[in-house]
Design a protein around this ligand. Sequence first.
Ligand code: ACM
Length: 512
Amino acid sequence: MLIPRPVSISDSAGSFALTPATAIHAPDAPEVAALLRELLTPVTGLPLPDAAEHGPHTIALHVDPGATDLGAEGYRLDVARTGVTAVATGPAGLRWAVQAFRQLLPVAAFARGPADAAWTVTPVSVVDTPRYPWRGLLLDVGRWHKPVAWLRTVVDLLAMHRMNVLHLHLTEDQGWRFEVRKYPRLTEVGAFRRASPAGHETDNASDDTPHGGFYTQDELRDLVAYAARRGVTIVPEIDLPGHMQAAIAAYPRLGNDPENPPEVWTRFGVSTRVLNVADETVAFVKDVLDELMDVFPSPWIHLGGDEVPLDEWQASPEAARRIAAEGLDGAGDLLGWWIRQVAAHVTAAGRRPVLWDELVGQSAPADAIVMAWRGHDRIADGLRDGHDVIATPHEHLYLNYPASDAPGEPLSIRDGYPDPHGPTTLDSVYAYRAEPAGLPQELASRVVGVQANMWCEYAPTAERAEYDLLPRLAAVAEVAWGATTDPAAFRTRLATHVRRFDAAGLTYRPLD
Ligand code: ACM
C-alpha cells in the first residue's frame, strides 16, 4: 500500500515488530538513523538507539557505492521477521527507504504526537528507483503569507511522497516574503498590503482586510535544514522582472515611474508594474540574490520570468536607450536581457538558473532549466531551445485548479476564465505523462522533472491549500516517481493513504 508505488515489492508471511529492543545500525549514515528516530520515536515512544553491530532486532542502513543499479536515489529495503536492512548508494536513497518503511507501519505512524498501535510490519522486499530526479511542488507564499510551521508540514508531505523539491515562490505583486538585510523596506513595506482582493480577480474588488508577513533569514535557514534532513531541497524563487509590484512599492526607484509609485497590490491578476532596466536596478537584484543564495544552498535558483507585460518598457525612454545600446529587437527582447544579467550572476556563484517558459526563444543561457507551464507543448519547445525541462503544465499539474466541475467546489482562478481542459481531477492528474511525443530520445531524455504548482490566490489559509493539494499530490508523486498502475489500483492504495492524512491531522478533499 505504498504511495508512490515502488518499482518492485513482494511480501511474505509473518511480521517484524518494533520493540524497546530495536536499534539502528547505520555507521555510514548516522544522519539517516537520526531521521528515522526523529520520525518514529515521538510517535512510538521507542528509543531506537544506535547499535554498533548488525544483530537481531536491528534496522541496518547501509551505504554501498557499488550498488549503481540503484542510482543516486534508489534503495533496496528488506524487512524480515528478524530485522530490517536498507541499502542505497548514499543517504538520499536511504532516506526514501526510511519513508517507505514508515508507510509499511500502521497509519498511526503518521500521527503528530504519541500514538498507540502494534508497531509491526509484514515482511517485504522492495527494490525502487525514481523515474525523474526532480519531483517538485511549487508553493506560492506571495499572495498569502503562510506560517513557517506549516511550511514544515509541506516538507513532511513531500518527503512522505518521496518528492524532493519544494519550490518556494517568495515574491509577488501582493507581497514580498524574503527578509533582505541590505534592503529592509522590501519587507517593512513590501510584505504588507493595506487591503486584500475580494471575490474572484475578475470582480476587480478588494476589501478592507490588511494582510502581511514575511520570513526572516533565520526562519528560512531552519526550514532549509529541516528539509535537508528529509532529503528535500528548497529551491527559492525571486520572480522578476514582472510580479515585482511589492518591491517597487518598497523602492520606487526600481520601477519605471518613480514619481508615481504603486502600492503593494490589493488585486490579483497580472500587474503591468515591472522593473526598469537601469544598471542600478540590476545591481539591486544581484544584491538580493546574494542574500538569497546565502540562505538557500540549493544548486538551483529560480529567477521567474513569467507574465511580463511590455507596456511600461514600450513607453520608457530609458528602455529605448537600453534596446539601442544592446542592439535588441524591441521591448520584447528586454525580458531575455534582464534574465541574462541575473542568470550570469547565479551561474558565477556556482548555481543553476531555473526559468519559466516565457524565456524559450529569448536567448536564455544554455545551462538554465526551463519550467514548461503554459501547456504540455511547451516541454518540447523548451527541449528544442536547448534546455533541460521540468514539466509543470498548468492544464495537468496546477493543483489550484478545481478538482471537479460539480457545483460546490471552492472559489478558484478557473471561476473567472473558461476552461477548455476540464477540471484537474485526481484521475486526470494520475493519467498525466511528461514524455513529449515524437521527439528524438536525446531530446526527450532532457525532461528532468515533474512538478505540481500550488498558486495561492484563492488559498489564503493552510487548510484551504491542503484541501487543494490532497489527495492530488499523491497522484503527482506517483507520476513523478514513475511506477504508476491502473487508476483503480491507485485508488485502492489511496484509500489507505488518506488514513495517513487523517492520522497527521491534514485537511484533504474527500475521495469521490
Ligand atoms: C505561472 O503560472 N505564472 C508560472
